[in-house]
Design a protein. Structure first.
Length: 92
């Protein structure tokens, strides 16, 4: 979106390599960005995933894996296992 394009322009981090955080963590969805930008004093942290500290990258990957697991459970609750991101990535 527009924010990622502006980050690329002003900070030199291509959209495909951006990791944008606020005080609560990684911003992934439009809802995350809306929440972060509606704060009284929004504060965003921009990282290039190829240059970010290894421990931060590892923690982010762990958090994304947990989120993926929670989303898969939600799909299962709705009987939509075949639509989960994990199975789609595996070609199921």
């Amino acid at each position: 979106g527009l924010l990622r394009e502006n980050v690329a322009r002003y900070f030199g981090v291509p959209p495909g390599r951006q990791a944008i955080y606020d005080e609560d963590g990684l911003l992934q969805t439009s809802t995350d960005f809306a929440r972060a930008l509606q704060r009284v004093t929004p504060k965003l942290f921009v990282y290039d995933v190829q240059r970010m500290p290894v421990d931060m990258r590892d923690r982010t990957v762990e958090a994304l894996e947990m989120l993926d697991s929670e989303i898969e459970q939600s799909f299962e609750c709705f009987g939509a296992l075949k639509y989960s991101s994990r199975n789609t990535a595996r070609g199921w």
